[in-house]
Write a protein that binds this ligand. Structure first.
Ligand SMILES: Nc1ncnc2c1ncn2[C@@H]1O[C@H](COP(=O)(O)OP(=O)(O)O)[C@@H](O)[C@H]1O
Ligand SMILES: [Mg+2]
Length: 848
């Protein structure tokens, strides 16, 4: 057996405990990685792979990063989904020649605390899930803000209920039992854990200990075993990775998905709530338009709101009242927003302090925030804002402590001295006092020696190798006194020391070391005091987030001419002169449209040519309902909206959206989900359903779906249906809740103009050929198409005229069958037969 070096042995002992993480092993000023970790690190971070001797004649791969630049490298590994265990030197010095070392935390995508590693405008959630036969437990925590919540969902399809909730949360990391199959469409990094991490007994115990309670009933967790298991798994995982972060999770809230509008992943994507389909950027999404916030806390709050519109009228009214109050008072609003803009990220600073990783600048920023709070409270004296004012806590004692302790402009890191004010600690003051003579002596040395020697260019400098030295140019070297001892010769200068100087130097250096030690300890104590006030600080931070979100919504509403919606119970839908909140910004002449459902109307079928504005209209109605339930004003002249428990938006398959999958299959899967889960309080948006298959299939499916939505006792839901199948307008003949609308088109002297106006009645023409003309297809093609259309219409085949409101849908035989019947096969050449087959196939599969 080889004789390993002691450090190597220590490394292997530690690495054995963290087999799944990359181990950052602190050696002096570097974090070193070894073996396979080194290969990964060097490849992923593009740094040099070297090697190191670990025993006589044995070298292993090694890659190191300087510890002061570690944050950036760490971020890149975390982003790629790696876990990193950070192993530090601990204790005051080597024991038998070897520094004691231990892992202080394991950083994973869901447990990041460093400001530089976090998205400023969104939460960084760590989620955990467990699944039973008909039940799902989902818990999530944000260790950077202290949010911690859990829920249990009953569902006949628990796997998709789980996915739906995970899509809403968009966590950075998801913990799940290794036996569970998670698929690959979820956005967060997946961390599989063995089953025992989710065991009922141990998770309950972990939770109780963490929350310091003997029973979980107080938290409303009785009868919610899966909610307990998911939340307990998070606690256990954090204990293993970042026990310091646990201190920020001071409470646990139980939520019910019934508190929020249900929005599945397809609907979130179609409606472009927080990112656009094409670029996946916030810009151009609903959030992009709504977001008028000025602080990171406000931005995160608004994003949460957009992701979970409310279904409780009282809560919606309360939000709207807040927005209205800010909306009505523009001067006050702008003053308030100015103050909010200056605030630091109070939520995350508090948690960094509580976890012991805050910097002096962090606490300085915290001090600024606390100073601003009394002024903000003063602005919130009147109802309904007073409720928020009451929740803001200036934490006076803590502020006084920070004022007394921290210098006015502290250095960025703890490696520099000069953090703590004089007068705060007797012990520190004594060291400063005792060393003052020596420190002043060194500080004055340059001036004194210049005068004594008459060498004007004489300099006093410092470096790590020699400590303090006196530098004199070669030209002046003749004039130095005998007491100078030469230490080093440079090209143009000589460096000297004097015995007296070295005397003072050692005093100064040991004093500085002592000052640094004391300041670090005082600073750590200060952080603990912040930690002690964490729950009050976090409550203030959340309140500031809400305040900013309200004021931001008011700002957006005021600058865009939006109005306050009225939210009521029932199937009401009365939007007058509604606009699409995003599209209206991209066109100078956006045409407003009503969506006023008359008595008895439930389903509106909208026909109209391509590019006339059907999809825009459907989405605008859905978005206005959603915005109202977020608590936002809406782009309309007026809006009265019956609460929707969920919005479903389905769009006929489009290849750009579902690249690489069977488009029609995806479309039908999504529609099946809708038909199983919608209720009569839902709002359904069906845009060109059935487009992904052949005309007859597509039309029949669309027809049957609308019938089902209209008449199934559980559904009878409000729906808007856009279609290019004019036949669907016949549904209105047999179904009393269906009304036909179309997009107005003006035709003057053969020129077609789309007016983008939704008017009653079905479209009588599809204008597809006109659109083809507009697009510049050759004249000959357009003329030939017109001839064919006429011919088809006369024959009563194709898309026009033959649909009946009675099933079967298509009376009589298909025209191709007539052709086939009339054909004398013997007279065909093989080529003619082949051409006919091609032609029939073309006619059968053409979709528009
Ligand atoms: N109400 C409107 N006012 C002005 N322009 C509109 C309006 N609705 C749609 N448009 C314009 O027409 C284009 C096509 O709209 P879209 O809704 O996709 O049509 P369709 O679904 O009928 O094919 C949009 O990109 C937009 O520029
Ligand atoms: Mg469309």
């Amino acid at each position: 057996m080889m004789k390993l070096t002691p450090v190597r042995k220590q490394y292997l002992d530690i690495k054995r405990q963290y087999p799944d993480a990359i181990l950052f092993f602190r050696l002096g000023d570097f974090y070193e990685t070894f073996d396979r970790d080194a290969e990964i690190t060097s490849k992923e971070l593009d740094i040099v792979l070297t090697s190191r001797n670990v025993a006589k004649g044995s070298r292993i791969p090694m890659a190191g990063i300087p510890y002061h630049a570690a944050e950036n490298y760490l971020m890149r590994l975390i982003e790629k989904g790696y876990h990193v265990a950070i192993c530090e030197q601990v204790g005051d010095g080597p024991v038998e020649g070897l520094f004691p070392r231990e892992v202080v935390r394991v950083v994973t995508p869901g447990t990041v605390l460093e400001a530089g590693l976090l998205p400023g405008d969104a939460n960084n959630y760590l989620a955990a899930v467990v699944l039973d036969r008909n039940t799902v437990g989902v818990a999530y925590a944000d260790v950077s803000t202290g949010e911690f919540a859990t829920t249990q969902i009953e569902s006949h399809d628990p796997a998709s209920a789980m996915r739906q909730e995970l899509h809403r949360l968009a966590p950075a990391e998801i913990l799940y039992p290794e036996t569970l199959s998670m698929g690959d469409s979820l956005s967060g990094h997946l961390t599989a854990l063995s089953e025992w991490h989710f065991a009922a007994d141990s998770t309950e115990e972990d939770l109780k200990v963490h929350l310091s309670v003997s029973h979980l009933e107080g938290y409303g967790l009785e009868g919610l075993p899966l909610a307990v298991r998911a939340a307990g798994a998070i606690i256990h995982y954090l204990k293993d990775t970042q026990s310091a972060a646990l201190t920020s999770l001071t409470s646990l809230s139980i939520y019910s998905i019934a508190d929020f509008m249900v929005l599945d992943a397809a609907t979130r994507r179609n409606l472009e709530l927080t990112e656009t389909i094409r670029t996946r950027q916030v810009d151009g999404s609903l959030l992009g338009v709504l977001d008028g916030t000025v602080s990171p806390m406000g931005r995160r709050t608004l994003r949460r709101w957009v992701n979970q519109p409310l279904v409780d009228r009282a809560r919606i009214h309360s939000r709207l009242a807040h927005v209205r109050a800010h909306f009505e008072n523009g001067l006050q609003r702008s003053a308030l927003r100015n103050e909010l803009k200056q605030l630091p990220d109070l939520e995350r600073i508090t948690n960094r302090a509580a976890a012991g990783v805050a910097t002096p600048r962090d606490l300085d920023a915290l001090r600024h925030a606390l100073k601003a709070i009394p002024g903000l409270k003063g602005r919130l004296a009147d109802e309904p804002l007073a409720e928020l004012g009451d929740r803001l806590d200036p934490c006076r004692e803590l502020l006084e402590e920070l004022e007394a302790a921290l210098v006015d402009a502290p250095p960025p890191t703890l490696n520099r001295i000069g953090i703590i004010k004089t007068g705060y600690s007797d012990e520190l003051d004594a060291v400063l006092q005792a060393s003052r003579g020596a420190r002043d002596w060194i500080a004055d040395l340059e001036a004194q020696e210049r005068e004594r020697t008459g060498i004007g260019s004489l300099k006093v400098g410092y470096n790590k190798v020699f400590g303090y030295y006196i530098e004199v140019t070669k030209a002046n070297a003749e004039r130095v006194p005998d007491t100078y001892i030469r230490k080093q010769t440079l090209i143009n200068a000589e460096r000297y020391i004097t015995p007296e100087m070295k005397e003072y130097e050692s005093q100064v250096l040991s004093a500085e070391q002592e000052i640094r030690r004391l300041e670090k300890a005082l600073f750590a104590a200060l952080c603990r005091k912040v930690g002690g006030s964490a729950s009050r600080l976090l409550e203030s931070a959340r309140t500031l987030g809400e305040l900013d979100a309200y004021a931001g919504l008011a700002e957006t509403a005021a600058s865009r001419g939006w109005v306050q919606p009225e939210v009521v119970e029932g199937q009401v839908l009365e939007i007058r002169d509604g606009r699409h909140p995003v599209v209206e910004n991209f066109t100078s002449r956006f045409v407003p449209n009503d969506a006023v459902f008359e008595q008895g109307e439930r389903i509106r079928v909208i026909t109209g040519p391509n590019m006339s504005g059907k999809s825009t209209y459907l989405r605008q109605v859905a978005l206005i309902v959603l915005m109202a339930q977020i608590g936002s004003f809406v782009p309309a002249r007026s809006a009265r909206i019956g609460l929707a428990d969920r919005i479903f938006s389905r769009i006929g398959a489009q290849d750009e959206i579902h690249a690489g999958q069977s488009t029609f299959m995806v479309e039908m899967l999504e529609t099946a989900n809708l038909l199983h889960n919608a209720t009569n309080r839902s709002l359904l948006i069906l845009d060109e359903i059935g487009r992904g298959t052949s005309t007859y299939d597509g039309l029949s499916i669309a027809w049957a779906i609308v019938e089902f939505i209209h008449s199934h006792p559980r559904l009878r839901a409000r729906a808007l249906v856009a279609t290019h199948y004019n036949e669907l307008t016949r549904l209105a003949e047999s179904l009393p809740g269906v009304r036909n609308y179309n997009v107005a088109v003006s035709e003057e002297r053969g020129k077609v103009v789309f007016l983008h106006k939704i008017v009653p009645g079905g479209a009588d023409k599809s204008y597809g050929i006109h659109v083809a003309g507009l697009a510049g297809l050759p004249r000959g093609v357009i003329q030939r198409a017109q001839e064919l259309l006429l011919e088809l219409e006369e024959r009563g085949g194709g898309d026009h005229g033959s649909a009946s409101s009675q099933l079967p849908l298509f009376a009589g035989k298909h025209p191709i069958l007539d052709d086939l019947e009339a054909l004398s096969v013997d007279e065909l050449t093989p080529l003619e037969a082949l051409n006919l087959l091609y032609e029939w196939q073309r006619r059968l599969t053409k979709t528009d």
